[in-house]
Design a protein around this ligand. Sequence first.
Ligand code: URA
Length: 483
Amino acid sequence: MCTLEGRGNVEEWREAARAFLLGGVLPDLICWRTNGETMGLFGVETPFPPPLPEFSSPKVPPDFIKLAGAVICHSDPGRFSLLYRLLFRLMHERRLLDMMSDADVVAARQMAKSVGRDYHKMTAFVRFKELPLPAETAGRRKFIAWFEPDHFIVERAAPFFQRRFNDMDWLIATPKGAASWDGVELKSTSEPAEKPDLKDETDDLWRTYYASIFNPARLKVKAMTSEMPKKYWKNLPEADLIPGLIANAEASVMEMAARAASEPLPFHHRLQEVAASVQHAPSLPVGSHAALKEEASRCTLCDLHCMATQTVFGEGPVDADVMIVGEQPGDQEDLAGKPFVGPAGQLFNDVLKQVGLDRQRLYVTNAVKHFKYEPRGKRRIHQKPNRGEIQQCRWWLKQELDLVKPKLVVAMGATAYFALTDEQHKLADVRSKPMVMQDGQTLFVTVHPSYLLRIPEPEKKAVELLRFREDVESIQRLARSFA
Ligand code: URA
């Protein structure tokens, strides 16, 4: 028997499994259990055996580690032995995980899928309630939520909530553990938590919101209940509206249709004008840089806007011959609302100055307009934008290209290159070789200044700086040839 403390803790299982594996213990000889489970009559802990030489350094494929991370969160008590069986078999059947007809592989993949679904539901259906603070207390606001997951996913989902709700203290309690964040430390436990009393006036807010976005003409009950399964309803303040909204949907659609056929109110156009002036105040020339920038400031195309301070749009003359494209704003750019003003921007400015290129004549922007980061304590650690984020934000880059129509576009780094071409090459293969883009502009690729800042060895740094400077000289020559 092997007893584990954490119900969804892959590290703990991994350590025990590794010890058994090194000792060559057959899967059927271990009975896995978690601390909360009652022991059987013969519940004696199996000691870890001495390691056998042939298993001295078991090689575990990364795919298995990823799969195990999900499967371990499943609530099926058989998950530990299933994983150990897979691990044991993998020592001899290296391609086991590719065998989609193998019963163990199928079972594990299904468990991982179910955990993934549960995780997704948790990110969608947790509803925080604010805890009142004593009147004289200043500081961060405190929130609490209750959720009932199917599996032990709280620890797995906690970093998502940390990213999303970074600026408040929160506790998520569930019957399968709890997680909390206080601005410094993210904690989680798999001990069952008590359901707190959560009714308050924010319930009414949810209800109002839900009722206002409910469109009876688009009602698809099956799709709705599969996206928001009934088992979650009891903890969703808006859920008690659903049966009534469904029951009245037909009548509401008829009413909407009748309303649509009638004449607009006589002052309709005045209301529209007022609404438009509120939305777009102050009104900006359509298609201008200022209008684009204003529109981008409200961009919610991807999730990055949730965490960033603001959209950092490109800047520079709209008739610039040269457009510089970086990756995404960094910490300082996010606060300042301007591209390339932090350490990478300073290095870039220095090299421009050395070469004699005037930054004021360049249009400088980024592939992605929001700062993506991971909070670590008080610091915000830069994270690379993913393909989806780059693709979403390409829309803005395209607007900038159409407006500025630069003759030369400079991609600094792989993200900018991908954003501009939709191609992923090794930067070394495309660097420093002017090429023609789809609409005739010249594209020049170089490294990102942050890459230079990160090089630890002084000699390599000096060499790379020199190469970057040579690239900037090439950019200047190309720019002159277009002038
Ligand atoms: N890195 C970038 O790619 N862009 C900036 O604006 C700053 C750092």
